[in-house]
Design a protein around this ligand. Structure first.
Ligand SMILES: Nc1nc2c(ncn2[C@@H]2O[C@H](COP(=O)(O)O[C@H]3[C@@H](O)[C@H](n4cnc5c(=O)[nH]c(N)nc54)O[C@@H]3COP(=O)(O)O)[C@@H](O)[C@H]2O)c(=O)[nH]1
Length: 618
């Protein structure tokens, strides 16, 4: 019995133990399950949060578009429909290309490559709205991949950059376009030239560059005022643009300087020259169409320099220089003309530059001197002398005025040089008068630029007073071009000079406009017959007719007449017979130094009755 009891309690203990173990194990399992459940529920919570976050993101202000890997639109957010005007249903299921995935500058295959490599790509796109309007957007593309790294979707997030683009365009306009005419400016055209030159070199095509400016624009500006000058520039820019093709570029360099770039679209240089010539003719013909400025008609002409590239130049600046050189040459040929650049011009232009450099220093280095050429009356008496400048250029020697005066005129140096001539001539004349020399006047050449100077009359008055020369002993030689440039200005200046007592002589008469109207309007004292008529008096009958007509005309206008360039007794006799009263020329004397002139005047009682005196040449 006791044994039975013991066995029973043992069995119960064992059962209890087994139950306990089972219980512990169940509890452990339950805990694990609970833990698992908790984890899962936590994860679910996280996913829900993520989903909420994702949904909020998708609902953001930024337009978002989701496509599958074949670029078929699967989702768009409300911001997207708002921005584009499309309904969600218009888009889902269609190809994204109907909206835009293509970058502005890159093709899709390159974007695709970037997405494969980096998983994302961003850039600018032009997006099409439902109403057809295009807007610039910044696009960030992300590729969504599965666990095998295969692309399943693309997500595109956009930002509207219209405002940014507008600001950029404004900055661009300021930096690259002329604010007056709206045409490309110097910076922009140099960029285009650089590109066109490289293109022409690479594809062996030939293009052309035109360099233009308005003839006498300064006068237009001075007389009409700058506002009207500006209107003219705007109108000219418009006319030039209207007369070239869309692919050509008209640009304004500044002031009255314009460029036209004809890109190289033919491989034949001859064809380009022909095409450029045609454009050139069209532009020159524009001068026949008046500009209406301040209610008045104005005729304006242009001068054009043209260079062909790439054969002529290797850089945009070099091209510009060549076209400018050709323009300079065109200007030399008169108004409304054009000239093609030729390499020989480059050499001439470089020589001019070197001369200009030397001329700038010539005054300080005291390299100029004056020579005086006698002017005699009908009795052979020296009445006056023309002051003529001479320049001894270091390392080169004597340079003819015909070579350096035009250079000085172009670069403005003629003003200080002319002032020096005026000062020296008046000083010399004053000395001669003090020495008792019976000389009526000294004639001084006045260049157009010098005469245009607003200060010119005041300067003459100042020089006369400084040198104590009575005004009647100064004669100013003005060429026709000086006065016809601006008749009103010429008249007021000449009247003022006349009032001072200074006399004026019309130089080189017969070669230019030779208009009777200005001769009668302006207070000239003397008329000088140009030497080319005198030289060929007996060569061409027309010239003798012109010379005699000028003498008769001067007589009827009560002007003294002087024939220049008299070299022979026959010429002198002919002119005398036709009532010419004064003469100048090698027959009497070449230009001589001041001392030599004094000697000539002292010799033979100051008369040349019996042929020319012993000539003393400079
Ligand atoms: N603005 C200024 N122009 C000036 C000045 N000094 C000269 N010049 C102009 O340069 C041109 C050439 O002048 P130059 O070489 O001095 O020649 C003058 C005479 O030497 C020449 N001449 C005079 N007589 C004869 C002649 O019988 N035969 C012949 N072959 N040549 C002759 O003519 C020139 C004078 O011309 P003009 O002035 O028209 O009376 C010339 O255009 C000068 O004007 C200056 O200081 N300032």
């Amino acid at each position: 019995m006791a044994y039975g009891m013991t066995a029973l309690s043992l069995a119960s203990c064992l059962l209890a133990f087994v139950l306990l173990v089972a219980l512990v194990s169940i509890r452990r399992k339950n805990t694990a399950i609970a833990n698992l459940l908790k984890r899962k529920s936590d994860q679910l919570e996280v996913s829900e949060e993520e989903l909420r976050l994702l949904a909020t993101t998708f609902d953001s202000h930024e337009p978002i578009l989701i496509t599958d890997k074949d670029l078929t639109i699967r989702r768009v957010n409300p911001a997207f429909t708002r921005a584009t005007g499309f309904e969600r249903l218009d888009l889902v299921g269609t190809k994204a290309s109907m909206f835009s995935l293509e970058d502005r500058y890159l093709p899709w295959h390159e974007i695709h490559h970037a997405l494969e490599e980096d998983g994302q790509f961003s850039g600018e796109v032009m997006c099409r709205k439902k109403n057809g309007q295009c807007i610039p957007m910044y696009q960030r593309l992300t590729a969504v991949t599965d666990r095998h790294r295969g692309t399943t979707h693309y997500v595109a997030v956009y930002s509207d950059i219209t405002e940014q683009k507008r600001t950029q365009e404004k900055i661009n306009k300021l930096a690259f376009f002329d604010s007056l005419t709206g045409l490309p400016n110097r910076r922009k055209i140099l960029d285009s030239l650089d590109r066109e030159l490289a293109h022409a070199q690479r594809y062996e095509t030939a293009g052309a560059l035109f360099f233009m400016d308005i003839d006498n624009f300064k006068d237009i500006n001075d007389t009409l005022g700058h506002d009207h000058g500006d209107c003219l520039l705007v109108e000219l820019g418009r006319r030039l643009t209207d007369n070239v093709r869309k692919s050509d570029t008209v640009s304004r360099l500044g002031g009255d300087e314009f460029l036209i770039l004809l890109p190289g679209d033919t491989s034949n240089e001859e064809d380009t020259i022909e095409h450029a010539s045609r454009i050139c003719e069209k532009i020159l013909a524009l001068s026949e169409v008046p500009y209406i400025i301040a209610g008045q008609k104005h005729y304006v002409s242009l001068s054009i320099g043209i260079t062909i590239f790439p054969s002529n130049a290797s850089s945009p600046l070099e091209l510009l220089k060549q076209a400018d050189t050709a323009l300079y040459k065109a200007k030399g040929g008169g108004k409304n003309s054009a000239c093609f650049f030729h390499p020989e011009m480059q050499r001439v232009a470089e020589n001019r530059l070197a001369m200009e450099r030397d001329l700038r220093e010539a005054l300080q280095r005291d390299e100029f001197m004056l020579r005086f050429q006698p002017q005699v009356d009908g009795g052979g008496v020296i009445r006056g002398a023309e002051a003529l400048i001479r320049w001894t250029r270091p390392g080169i020697g004597a340079v003819a005025p015909e070579q350096f005066i035009p250079v000085a005129e172009d670069c403005g140096l003629i003003v200080p040089i002319g002032n020096w001539v005026l000062q020296e001539s008046c000083e010399q004349m004053s000395k001669w008068l003090q020495q008792g020399l019976a000389l009526d006047h000294v004639s001084v050449n006045v260049s157009p630029r010098q005469f245009r100077d607003a200060d010119f009359v005041a300067r003459v008055a100042r020089v006369l007073s400084e040198t104590q020369l009575p005004a009647r002993h100064l004669m100013l030689e003005l060429t026709e071009s000086v006065v016809v440039e601006n008749l009103d200005d010429a008249k007021s200046k000449m009247d003022a000079l006349n009032a001072l007592g200074v006399r004026s002589s019309m130089d080189d008469f017969g070669t230019g406009y030779s208009s009777l109207s200005y001769l009668s309007e302006l207070p000239f004292y003397e008329l000088k017959i140009d030497q080319r008529f005198v030289r060929s008096l007996f060569v061409d009958r027309k010239n003798s007719v012109i010379a005699t007509t000028i003498i008769a005309m001067a007589k009827s206008l009560h002007l003294r007449v002087l024939a220049e360039g008299v070299e022979s007794e026959e010429q002198l006799e002919f002119l005398r017979r036709h009532d010419c009263t004064n003469y100048q020329g090698y027959y009497f004397s070449q230009p001589v130094s001041a001392c030599e002139l004094e000697r000539l005047m002292a010799q033979a009682g100051n008369e040349y009755h019996h042929g020319p005196p012993n000539l003393s040449v400079m």
